[in-house]
Design a protein around this ligand. Structure first.
Ligand SMILES: NC(=O)c1ccc[n+]([C@@H]2O[C@H](COP(=O)([O-])OP(=O)(O)OC[C@H]3O[C@@H](n4cnc5c(N)ncnc54)[C@H](O)[C@@H]3O)[C@@H](O)[C@H]2O)c1
Length: 330
């Protein structure tokens, strides 16, 4: 039986990855400190004999793996995930995203686990505010502490990969969405923010005129790519992961609700994100399967998850974003 360890297992992406790995008959250790993650995301798996939830912080990774004899695959999702809010907490982000990544890689090295693949959830924010279609060798421009911390984490993976021969793959995710998308921050995933507004019968808050484009990828396509990467022959590689088909935020809004309002444009956000996904398509024989329309329809069939999520209104958005504007430029 294959044994996987998923960090951030109670978060948005991590919890879906756990679902997929259990379907694929892996035994899964899931680690999460429940900082932004939620127990309800993994509740249905808690009784599964092939799943062991370890409620601990990554800073205890040495103790976490002490009792584990074998790990085949590591999927590293745990981290702080907000771009703009990271401006106020640069060290916290660096510690959790960069230093904790170094820490867990080094524990795996010291304990001599024979890891078949270590997959790192990197971020497309390493490309800065580029509006071009970005391939993996595009200029790196880490504008915010989040982007910097995630990029350093990626470089640490590649370094441990080349020096200590841990087979690593770093996957630069663009804009993932799906059931359990977080809305806990005003700069959070736009789809979660919109769904909560829609079920509260409030207008969706579109920033700018809605012509900005995002490269949205449905969660099942994302997990499929991570799974394929873990099974592949490749190591010490970086892959972009998106749909390759950026869509306007206004078009997204129209798929969710018929009422929306426009808020002033916020500095610090790209007008467009666009993944060049030729590499992952070719090397991993992966391609996105779920259209934005179908992904949103699936989400809208079960919106209960967002009932207890925070609701963002124009006034709370204005209040929350005011402090950051002085740091941002476009
Ligand atoms: N969602 C996206 O579109 C996106 C895009 C690019 C990169 N990523 C990366 O993918 C990963 C997962 O993103 P997500 O959207 O699922 O975020 P998330 O916040 O839903 O999940 C992160 C999980 O990690 C846990 N966690 C954080 N720090 C921890 C620690 N020190 N110890 C143990 N658990 C800890 C949190 O409680 C949470 O459950 C993140 O590393 C993020 O940077 C996500």
């Amino acid at each position: 039986m294959k044994i996987s360890l998923v960090t951030g297992c109670a978060g948005f992406i991590g919890s879906h990855m756990v679902d997929l790995l259990l379907q694929k008959k892996h035994y899964v250790y899931g680690v999460d400190n429940l900082n932004t993650g939620k127990l309800k995301n993994i509740k249905k798996n808690l009784k599964n004999k092939n799943f062991k939830f370890i409620k601990k912080d990554l800073k205890n990774f040495d103790k976490i793996v002490n009792k584990i004899k074998k790990i085949d695959f590591v999927y590293h999702f745990a981290g702080n995930g907000e771009l703009i809010p990271s401006i106020e907490k640069p060290y916290e982000y660096f510690k959790n995203n960069a230093l904790n990544t170094v820490f867990i890689l080094d524990i795996l090295r010291k304990k001599k686990f024979k890891i078949r693949k270590f997959i790192y959830a990197a971020s497309s924010t390493c490309y800065g505010l580029s509006e071009k279609k970005t391939s993996e060798n595009f200029n790196i421009s880490t504008k915010h502490p989040y982007a910097f911390s995630k990029y350093v984490g990626e470089q640490a993976c590649l370094h441990w990969g080349s020096v200590y021969k841990i087979p690593v793959i770093s996957i630069r995710i663009f804009n993932a969405y799906g059931p359990r998308s977080r809305t806990n921050n005003v700069y959070g995933a736009v789809i979660g923010v919109f769904i909560k507004q829609s079920i509260s019968n409030k207008p969706l808050t579109i920033v700018g005129d809605g012509s900005q484009k995002r490269d949205f990828l449905y969660i099942s396509d994302l997990c499929d790519a991570f799974y394929k990467a873990s099974k592949s022959k490749y190591k010490n590689e970086v892959f972009n992961l998106g749909s390759g088909n950026p869509r306007k935020v206004i078009d997204l809004a129209k798929l969710i609700h018929n009422k929306y309002i426009f808020l002033p444009w916020r500095p610090g956000e790209p007008k467009k994100t666009h993944a060049n996904i030729e590499k992952i398509k070719k090397k991993l024989n992966w391609s996105p399967k779920v259209s934005l329309k179908n992904g949103i329809q699936t989400i809208l069939k079960n919106v209960n998850w967002w009932k207890s999520a925070p609701l963002w209104t124009p006034s709370t958005i204005k209040k929350a974003t005011k402090n950051w504007h002085k740091y941002l430029s476009n």
